[in-house]
Design a protein around this ligand. Structure first.
Ligand code: ATP
Length: 356
C-alpha cells in the first residue's frame, strides 16, 4: 500500500527529533532510513507505526489519513533488532499468536503458519523453542510473525544489527527476496550504509532530524547532494582547496583542476572542499606528470584482498592525504612501494565541490 509522510515534526522536550519530513513511499517499494545515531530515523519509523504522535504533519496510507489511528489498528508488521519472540512458545505458536490476536479464523491459522515457515525456510524448526535457534533463525521467525497477518506495510528497525557479518549478509538477501515476492511496501531503519545500498529501492539519508537526500542507491553514491551524504555513503576524500573561476579549484600553489560538479556558489579565492572517491583517482609515474596532475608521495599501502588502499601525501598542500584504491592488477603493473613519487590525475567528472 502507498504510504505518505506529510510535513511531520516531532519534539521531545527541547530536542527536535524529526523536522518537517515529506516523503512518499510507493506500493511495493523498500525504502531505507539511513543516518548516524541520533539523526531521528527510529523516531520517524515510530511515527509511521503510530507508536509516537507527531507534533505537526500527517501520515497517509493510500487515501486515508491514519495520523490518529492507534498502532494496533494500522495493521503494520514490525520487526525489531531484538527478536522479541515469546521464549516459552514454539516457533509455530509464536507465529500463530499474532494471527489469533487479530482474530483470524481458527481453522486458517495452521495453514498460514506453515506457509510463512516455508517462506522463511524454517518448516523443519516449527516445534522448536526460540532458544533452540540461531540468532539469524530467530530473526526469520520474527519476520514470519510480522508478515503472517498480511500487514499493509512492513516496518523493520535495524533488523539485522544484532547478527554476525556472515548471517547478516545472507539474511539481507533473503529479506529482500521475500519483500519483493510479497510486493509489500517496506520501510527499514539502518545506520549501516552497505545494508541500505544493497537492499533499498530508495534511500533516505537523514541528518539532525531532517532529510539530506532521497535517491536510488547508485544515485546517492554517484551524485551526493551534500558533503554530509558524500561522507556518509561510501568512502570519500575531502581536500581543502580554493575556488577559481571557470569551474576550477586551486589545490596547491601550482595545481589548479577543473571540476564538473559544484554544490556551492563559492566565489574565486574562497575556501571549498573538494571531494573525490578513492577509486576515481588515477595514479601514474611522477615522470609523466601533466600540468593538471598532482605531485604526491606514497605514504602507506594496505592490502585489502582484491585491491590495495594507498595513502598519498600531496606535495605543497600542508601534508593533506589522498586515499586511493587500486586493483591488485593495477598495483602489480605499477609496482608502487612506500616512499615512491607519483602523479595523480583527478578526472573532472568525478570531482565534487562543496562549501568549506
Ligand atoms: P539510533 O540509531 O541511535 O537509535 P536514531 O537516528 O534512531 O538513533 P532517534 O532514536 O530517533 O535517533 O532519536 C532522535 C533524537 O531524539 C535524539 O536526540 C534522541 O535523544 C531524541 N529522543 C528519541 N526518543 C526520545 C524520547 N522518548 N524522549 C526524549 N528524547 C528522545
Amino acid at each position: 500500500m502507498q504510504l505518505g509522510i506529510d510535513g511531520v515534526t516531532k519534539r521531545f522536550e527541547n530536542v527536535i527529533a524529526v523536522r518537517d519530513i515529506h516523503l512518499d513511499v510507493a506500493q511495493g517499494e523498500l525504502v531505507c532510513f539511513l543516518g548516524p545515531s541520533g539523526c531521528g530515523k527510529t523516531t520517524l519509523l515510530r511515527l509511521v507505526a503510530g507508536l509516537e504522535t507527531p507534533d505537526a504533519g500527517r501520515i497517509r496510507l493510500g487515501d486515508a489519513d491514519v495520523t490518529n489511528v492507534r498502532a494496533r489498528d494500522r495493521n503494520f508488521g514490525m520487526v525489531f533488532q531484538s527478536y522479541s519472540l515469546f521464549p516459552g512458545m514454539t516457533v509455530a505458536r509464536n507465529i500463530a499468536y499474532g494471527l489469533a490476536c487479530r482474530r483470524w479464523p481458527r481453522e486458517r491459522i495452521p495453514e498460514r503458519v506453515m506457509e510463512m515457515l516455508d517462506i522463511v525456510h524454517l518448516a523443519e524448526q516449527a516445534e522448536r523453542l526460540p532458544s533452540q535457534l540461531s540468532g539469524g533463525q530467530q530473526q526469520r521467525v520474527a519476520l514470519a510473525r510480522a508478515l503472517a497477518p498480511e500487514p499493509r506495510v512492513l516496518l523493520l528497525d535495524e533488523p539485522l544489527s544484532a547478527l554476525d557479518a556472515r548471517v547478516r549478509a545472507t539474511l539481507r538477501e533473503e529479506v529482500r527476496r521475500i519483500q519483493r515476492r510479497l510486493g509489500i511496501t517496506t520501510i527499514m531503519v539502518t545506520h549501516d550504509q552497505e545494508e541500505a545500498l544493497t537492499m533499498a529501492d530508495r534511500v533516505v539519508v537523514m541528518n539532525d532530524g531532517a532529510i539530506e537526500q532521497v535517491g536510488e542507491p547508485s544515485e546517492l553514491y554517484s551524485a551526493p547532494a551534500t558533503a554530509f551524504v558524500a561522507d556518509f555513503v561510501g568512502a570519500m576524500n575531502f581536500l581543502n582547496a580554493r575556488a577559481e573561476n571557470e569551474g576550477r579549484v586551486r589545490l596547491t600553489e601550482d595545481v589548479v583542476i577543473r571540476c564538473a560538479n559544484w554544490r556551492t556558489d563559492a566565489h574565486p579565492g574562497e575556501p571549498v572542499r573538494l571531494a573525490v572517491r578513492p577509486e576515481d583517482a588515477r595514479v601514474g609515474p611522477a615522470s609523466g606528470r601533466g600540468s593538471d596532475a598532482i605531485g604526491a608521495r606514497v605514504d602507506w599501502i594496505e592490502f585489502l584482498g582484491s585491491s590495495f588502499r594507498v595513502d598519498l601525501h600531496i606535495e605543497g598542500s600542508d601534508s593533506q592525504t589522498l586515499r586511493v584504491e587500486l586493483s591488485a592488477n593495477a598495483m602489480r603493473e605499477r609496482g608502487l612501494v612506500e616512499g615512491d613519487a607519483v602523479a595523480v590525475a583527478l578526472p573532472q567528472e568525478h570531482l565534487w565541490v562543496y562549501p568549506a
